[in-house]
Design a protein around this ligand. Sequence first.
Ligand code: CTP
Length: 145
Amino acid sequence: MLPVTSKYNVVLTYGTFDLFHVGHVRLLRRLAELGDRLIVGCSSDEFNRIKGKTCVMPFEHRAEILMACRYVADVFPEDSWDQKVGDIHRFNADVFAMGDDWAGKFDELSAHCDVIYLSRTENISTTRLKTVMRNWEDTAGKTTV
Ligand code: CTP
């Protein structure tokens, strides 16, 4: 039997990845399976402030956890909305891929590489985890994800 060959060389994705959870793991695994190297742009704390997003974990922790994930080859900071075209060329990305909560939002990048959206894992998100943790004290630990 012939070995399975990857369709792409470099796969590029972005995200905040706060409170790293199984939805993140499953997305990263499927992204890594698309190619030889998965490179992740992790939103910096400054960029999250611009997006109006508050993180539990600082950038350094989120990036370190991503680097420890077996599916991730490299991590770099995402500092702005408009760096993606430059990043695609800098990393020679063959495909830009995100979860489908972003479906259609980055189609213009298809002038530079393939653009795909993967389905999200249901019933888990950083926002949901934050809610569970907020409820935790109220319910004496009876709440589960
Ligand atoms: N993601 C996923 N499945 C989930 C949650 C996230 O596939 N259940 C994907 C997103 O689509 C995105 C990447 O993981 O491509 C990073 O998402 P991020 O916004 O960091 O995670 P969320 O859990 O969605 O965070 P939040 O609730 O703060 O929006």
